[in-house]
Design a protein around this ligand. Structure first.
Ligand SMILES: [Zn+2]
Length: 86
């Protein structure tokens, strides 16, 4: 179960909050060190979305700015990690 809180991404503490989002399941703002997750999704989708946003954050922190924008890569990694860990 994932709740509002904090997650460390390579030494940077991000806040995570459930929010009213219309056109996306989640987003990350490296500038604000914040992850927003759409309220009302099932647990599996929340887990996958949190992983997806954390992967964006890891790539940002490592300086892989082109890969940060690669939604297909980020989502593939999120689904793969989710299957392995949940
Ligand atoms: Zn994304």
């Amino acid at each position: 179960m994932i709740e509002d809180g904090k997650v460390p991404i390579l030494g940077i503490t991000y806040t995570i909050a459930f929010e009213e989002l219309d056109d996306e399941n989640g987003y990350i703002s490296p500038r604000r060190q914040h992850i927003g997750i759409r309220r009302g999704m099932n647990d599996e989708l929340v887990q996958q979305t949190v992983l997806h946003e954390i992967i964006h954050g890891v790539l940002d922190q490592l300086g892989y700015h082109e890969l940060y924008e690669d939604e297909r890569l980020v989502q593939g990694l999120a689904i793969g990690l989710h299957q392995a860990f949940y």
